[in-house]
Design a protein around this ligand. Structure first.
Ligand SMILES: [Ca+2]
Ligand SMILES: [Ca+2]
Length: 90
């Protein structure tokens, strides 16, 4: 993996296949490892939002995962200084 290892991680089903995937909030983006039922596929970076370059530091801002639009796919939720930011899974 080219980027630094995620600094906090969460679980959620980002592709609505019924299996929880691993989501890591790294210093340079959000990384996802899809579950295939037996193990996890290779980690890939899904977005560079919610990273350090956008001001998201672990010590100050909580980032988590939840399905905010009820489409069955886990979305990214970040609690920023001026509001709550959402990144919906495609
Ligand atoms: Ca999944
Ligand atoms: Ca969703």
């Amino acid at each position: 993996m080219a980027g630094r290892w995620p600094v906090c991680a969460d679980g959620g089903d980002v592709n609505s296949d019924g299996r929880d995937d691993l989501i890591g909030f790294g210093q340079d983006g959000v990384y996802v490892a899809l579950s295939n039922g037996a193990s996890f596929d290779a980690v890939s970076r899904w977005t560079n939002d919610f990273d350090l370059s956008h001001g998201w530091t672990v010590s100050q801002y909580v980032r988590t995962v939840g399905d905010v639009n009820a489409d069955g796919k886990a979305d990214l939720v970040g609690f920023g200084l001026d509001g709550v930011y959402i990144g919906t899974a495609k």
